[in-house]
Design a protein around this ligand. Structure first.
Ligand code: GN1
Ligand code: MG
Length: 354
């Protein structure tokens, strides 16, 4: 099946195909033929109901960059041989093929503050070079993706109609998330505030979405499916969610969850290096809130999925999404415990003090 997909790009059926990466949503393979390396992906059509929107956004951004920021390094999918499309559509799904950036490296976890700095700088740079791109032209590839109000309502529905056994077992976590709903109120204020700008936002800033060179310098960001209009809190928040702790959302030993202040400072320095002048003082004043927002939303999403019998994220063992939700709750509590210290770090380094 994959061989047929590759042949539509003119790639020999003898190419080596290996599973690649650790994303939860798409299937990804690395393809190696005699002379080149590629990344092949099958887009999860249940999640992205209109995969052609992803291709349209990437095309729009690529052509804008070519005109306005030609020196910015941007990886675009390859075109199919017969109709020059960025997507290959078969009965088996929607596929795309990307060139594998030569000598690039990716990491599954942030291993040093320097790495976190580089990644944050790359995500900041991405939004910054696109600051004059007409953001309203982007298609919404995933409606309500980081709409916390919507995620909260989905959570409320799951505690009305979800699996009753799981609901009983998760009582404590449900109560906890309900008790923190002031995080949703702050989000609603953000949405209605003129001080928060809609920008070209990546929406999936985990470190594995940054390519590094062998000297540890960031090369570019990848995985542009969720590039949509959004607020900076999504990108900064997901970096905090995924770089601050030495262990990921998969960790079952919650004692290992920690907030590493040096990694926080690195994220703030890296992101603000590019975006410091772009953010309004009110936005900068919500830098730490970003992490609270994203971790809370992820906890809601995991627990909602657990109560809905794992229909979205799937699960590899009984209670998997419950463990992930509890992990994120612990991370949130630890972050809330350090809110003041982290806020001081931002004021110390921000060019536009609150
Ligand atoms: C999903 O597939 P992946 O790992 O890139 C999810 C993110 C979550 C993440 C949690 C489209 O991303 O929002 O933060 O899992 N992406 C989508 O691991 O739902
Ligand atoms: Mg992704």
């Amino acid at each position: 099946m994959l061989e047929e997909v590759l042949s539509s790009y003119g790639i020999n059926t003898t190419a080596k195909i290996q599973p690649h990466g650790s994303g939860l949503i798409h299937n990804t393979w690395k393809v190696t033929d005699q002379s080149n390396e590629y990344i092949l992906q099958r887009i999860n059509h249940n999640v992205f109901k209109q995969p052609e929107y992803i291709a349209r956004n990437i095309e729009a951004i690529a052509s804008w960059l070519e005109k306005n920021q030609p020196e910015y390094f941007f990886v675009t999918p390859l075109e199919t041989e017969n109709n020059g499309s960025l997507l290959h559509i078969t009965g088996e799904g929607y596929f795309r093929l990307l060139p594998f950036v030569k000598d690039s490296l990716t990491y599954d976890t942030a291993q040093s503050p320097q790495q976190a700095f580089e990644a944050a700088r790359q995500f900041g740079l991405f939004t910054c070079v696109l600051r004059d791109f007409p953001v309203e032209n982007l298609k919404i590839t995933l409606p309500n993706f980081h709409n916390l109000n919507y995620r909260y309502i989905q959570f409320e529905n799951s505690i009305q109609h979800g699996n009753p056994v799981r609901m009983k077992e998760s009582e404590k976590d449900i109560e906890y998330l309900l008790s923190r709903n002031y995080i949703v109120s702050t989000y609603k204020q953000i949405v209605s505030s003129k001080e928060f700008k809609m920008r070209v936002t990546h929406h999936d800033t985990k470190i594995s979405n940054v390519l590094f060179d062998k000297h540890g310098q960031g090369i570019c960001v990848i995985d542009l499916d969720t590039v949509m209009p959004g607020y900076f809190i999504s990108d900064v928040g997901d970096m905090m969610r995924t770089y601050l702790s030495p262990v990921s959302e998969e960790e079952k030993d919650f004692e290992k969850i920690q907030i590493r202040e040096d990694f926080f400072e690195a994220i703030a320095r890296g992101y603000l290096k590019e975006m410091g002048e772009e953010l309004s003082p009110t936005e900068t004043g919500h830098f730490v809130y970003s992490g609270i927002f994203m971790i809370y939303m992820q906890a809601l999403r995991f627990l909602t999925d657990h109560l809905n019998n794992d229909i979205y994220y799937g699960s590899l063992y009984e209670g998997h999404n419950h463990v992930r939700a509890k992990n994120q709750i612990v991370l949130l509590e630890k972050l809330l415990g350090k809110e003041n210290e982290l806020t001081k770090i931002v004021s110390r380094i921000s060019p536009n003090r609150h």
